[in-house]
Design a protein around this ligand. Structure first.
Ligand SMILES: C[S@@+](CC[C@H](N)C(=O)[O-])C[C@H]1O[C@@H](n2cnc3c(N)ncnc32)[C@H](O)[C@@H]1O
Length: 197
């Protein structure tokens, strides 16, 4: 019998199936360079990593003294994330981004391959949730995937579409080329930092 949940990226089963058969072409296998540089230049921030997958960034930030939590709604992703997090495994939590509530105010949401994992129609809801979770001055920082291919995931976005999506609630304060992309994102991703208005 066909399991339709496995064809819907809004369903945890879609992602479970990929983690369980080790088909994770978005997975960098480590911490990307621009995040390393951002963290080195910043005081520790209370950070959320939504749709964390393998969550390499969680241990990196926690080891540096950041109060970071990583969430994913796929149980198989959480298993992978906890394994990568080692001593910080308790900070990798099974939760849905759209209903999870922070225990304390967030200062940063880190984005990598989460926005592009969801159907294009979900973008206004993702942006609204980012805005709701961040107080004025807090940051949304990470990797944004620019592409026009209709099929996904990953579902790329256009530059003007991203601007229109975020400019009501966020101001872009960094927009940089990425030096260490993996093949699926090569030449099509930017490191961006957006500050909540
Ligand atoms: C393409 S993967 C990216 C994983 C990770 N951010 C990375 O860079 O490797 C997308 C992840 O988002 C998770 N996800 C999708 N929708 C979610 C939701 N509503 N709440 C929490 N996690 C979600 C999936 O389970 C999957 O692990």
């Amino acid at each position: 019998m066909v399991d339709f949940a496995q064809r819907d990226p809004m369903s945890p089963a879609f992602w479970d199936e990929r983690f369980e058969r080790n088909f994770t072409p978005w997975d960098k296998g480590g911490v990307p360079q621009a995040l390393r540089e951002f963290a080195a230049a910043s005081a520790p921030l209370a950070t959320l990593i939504p749709g964390c997958g393998s969550a390499y960034e969680l241990a990196f930030l926690a080891d540096a003294g950041w109060d970071a939590v990583a969430i994913d709604f796929s149980p198989a992703a959480v298993v992978a994330g906890k394994a990568a997090a080692g001593a910080h495994a308790a900070r990798v939590v099974e939760a849905d981004f759209f209903s999870w509530q922070p225990a304390q105010p967030l200062q940063l949401i880190y984005e990598r391959a989460f926005l592009c994992a969801l159907p294009r129609a979900m973008r206004p809801q993702v942006a609204a949730r980012w805005a709701a979770l961040l107080a004025p001055g807090a940051l949304l920082a990470g990797y944004f995937f620019f592409d026009e291919a209709p099929k996904g995931p990953p579902f790329g976005i256009g530059r003007s579409e991203l601007q229109a999506l975020l400019e009501g609630d966020f101001e872009c304060i960094a927009d940089d080329a990425v030096s260490d992309s993996i093949p699926v994102f090569e030449g099509k991703e930017r490191w961006m930092v957006w500050r909540r208005r």
